[in-house]
Ligand binder design. Structure first.
Ligand code: 9WO
Length: 260
């Protein structure tokens, strides 16, 4: 996959791309990342990328021409590319969106600064606008790095077999169970006995219950539309949480039907 970032602060992308899994994906050639300095595509004497807003008011707006020139330079002709603007009014980013974006050949992440980008650039070139959450940043760069990180780890061969994405929080619709490592006792707290038993089926049942209870407590909204197999239902019944789960799922379904 090609990932290209359009920014007036290319240095933002240096160290986040030089660590851990993203670094390895780059070295293995699984991804190619281009960081393009919008300023290099300004044509005036002072390389201006911003200008005063029409209609007056505070702050500056990013000029459309340097952005479009930069975009044309970044775009791989003939590739299935997606142009994304990071902005607080975008659609909220989530794991499902990361999975969808991971299927494109090229992502072009446009990072705004100042008060935002000229509306005509957005209309003409932006395929989708993405928000990573309900807060305002000083620019789109950190949001672009979040999207980039979440997408890269989903690409084939990027995670080793010991770090598979299939057991992550959200991948199966539930939050991931909590983890333990050595020592067996830390500050008087022991590791749950079942995890030491070597009984893989019992461990799997324990983790399912842990996941479901954590999701009920923290993110019951994630249980909407959730379906459990008869074996899973049996495990949840034995753990005494099945009724609570069914009630939560039913309540969410009712809430949804009242919305529509
Ligand atoms: C800001 C904005 C506010 C209201 C309506 C539209 C808007 N567009 C932008 C915008 O493109 N802002 C640029 C990027 C310039 C100012 C700083 N920027 C920004 C992006 N701040 N916060 C984000 C952001 C991006 C993704 N998820 C959360 C916040």
């Amino acid at each position: 996959m090609f990932i290209d970032c359009l920014t007036i602060f290319p240095e933002f992308f240096v160290s986040p791309l030089q660590e851990g899994i993203v670094r390895r994906a780059l070295l293995d050639g699984k991804i190619e990342i281009g960081v393009h300095n919008i300023r290099e595509y300004a044509t005036d004497r002072h390389s201006m990328t911003d200008d005063r807003p029409f209609g007056g008011g505070e702050g500056m707006v990013m000029k459309p021409e340097p952005l479009s020139r930069c975009l044309h330079a970044a775009r791989k002709e003939g590739a299935d590319s997606r142009v994304i603007l990071l902005s607080p009014v975008g659609e909220q980013f989530d794991q499902k969106m990361a999975e969808r974006l991971a299927s494109h050949e090229q992502l072009i992440l446009v990072c705004g600064r100042y008060e935002g980008v000229d509306e005509r650039f957005r209309q003409q070139y932006v395929d989708e606008e993405i928000s990573i959450g309900d807060y305002v940043l000083t620019g789109g760069e950190l949001a672009a790095l979040v999207v980039l990180d979440a997408v890269i780890r989903l690409l084939p061969g990027v995670l080793g077999c010991g770090e598979s994405a299939t057991n992550d929080s959200f991948s199966c619709g539930l939050l991931k169970h909590r983890q333990y490592t050595r020592p067996r006792v830390f500050e008087n707290m022991a590791v749950p006995e079942v995890l030491l038993s070597g009984d893989h089926a019992a461990v799997a049942r324990h983790r399912l219950v842990e996941s479901v209870v954590l999701t009920l407590q923290r993110r019951p909204d994630l249980l909407a539309g959730m379906r459990f197999t008869p074996a899973e239902r049996k495990t949840l019944r034995q753990a005494g949480v099945l009724d609570q789960v069914d009630t939560a799922i039913r309540t969410l379904a009712q809430e949804k039907s009242h919305e529509g």
